[in-house]
Design a protein around this ligand. Structure first.
Ligand SMILES: CC(C)(COP(=O)(O)OP(=O)(O)OC[C@H]1O[C@@H](n2cnc3c(N)ncnc32)[C@H](O)[C@@H]1OP(=O)(O)O)[C@@H](O)C(=O)NCCC(=O)NCCS
Length: 191
């Protein structure tokens, strides 16, 4: 991505409060992950339940090596993007959710995955995170998302179903391969 394009993209990615169901008690705000977020991401990973980790990674991951954490925090904000949700004041924030997408190259669909800390699930944060990621991805020219969702994960399937774009899904070996194409605009729910 050209420098000017990247600047414009980063400008529109400034932290923004979100109208989550949580907002009245503890506002949740979002910004892209930065290289210095390694500690916050590590704290988030090690505070998830085993079930949440399994639903996200499709494996009972027990640890995230430092090199992997660094890689997850080092993005080009074009083909590889991650948006995190936080509570607390900037400088003292706690990361409570992450949504990320990556694509092989321009013109391909991007793989997307989300995770919300157990204590904050079911309060609209995933819905808001996916909506923001779609907004960012569309501005970056991504044509759609693919996601892999374990059978029975109706909360994530619901999120895709209601994201405002038609969803296709193919269930194989206990995993739904979900595709959402942005071109065919459906009724917008999360604007
Ligand atoms: C899946 C996940 C990201 C969703 O985030 P969330 O913040 O919990 O989701 P939301 O609160 O925005 O709710 C999503 C929808 O599921 C619905 N929902 C809530 N609980 C549900 C349940 N137990 N069963 C089915 N649907 C449910 C909600 O009603 C909501 O629909 P609505 O907007 O019409 O009310 C989050 O639960 C999570 O991190 N799960 C573990 C990791 C995971 O599964 N990642 C997906 C990998 S692709």
């Amino acid at each position: 991505m050209r420098a000017a394009g990247r600047q414009a993209l980063l400008a529109q990615l400034q932290p923004r409060a979100a109208r989550c169901r949580l907002v009245r008690t503890r506002p949740v705000w979002f910004r892209p992950i930065r290289p210095d977020d390694e500690r916050l991401l590590r704290d988030l990973f090690y505070s998830h339940s085993a079930e949440t980790v399994y639903q996200r990674y499709h494996a009972p991951l027990k640890s995230l090596p430092a090199a992997k954490l660094q890689e997850l925090c080092t993005l080009d904000y074009d083909d590889r993007m991650a948006l995190a949700g936080f509570i607390g004041e900037p400088g003292e924030e706690r990361m409570i959710a992450v949504g990320r997408y990556s694509r092989e190259r321009a013109g391909t669909l991007a793989d997307v995955a989300l995770i919300v800390h157990d204590d904050f699930q079911g309060r609209g944060i995933g819905t808001r995170l996916l909506a923001r990621l779609i907004e960012i991805a569309r501005n970056a020219g991504v044509g759609g998302f693919t996601g892999y969702v374990l059978a029975g994960n109706s909360r994530m399937l619901n999120l895709f179903l209601k994201c405002g774009f038609p969803m296709e899904s193919d269930l194989k070996d206990g995993v739904h391969a979900v595709t959402v194409r942005f071109k065919e605009r459906g009724p917008v729910r999360n604007a």
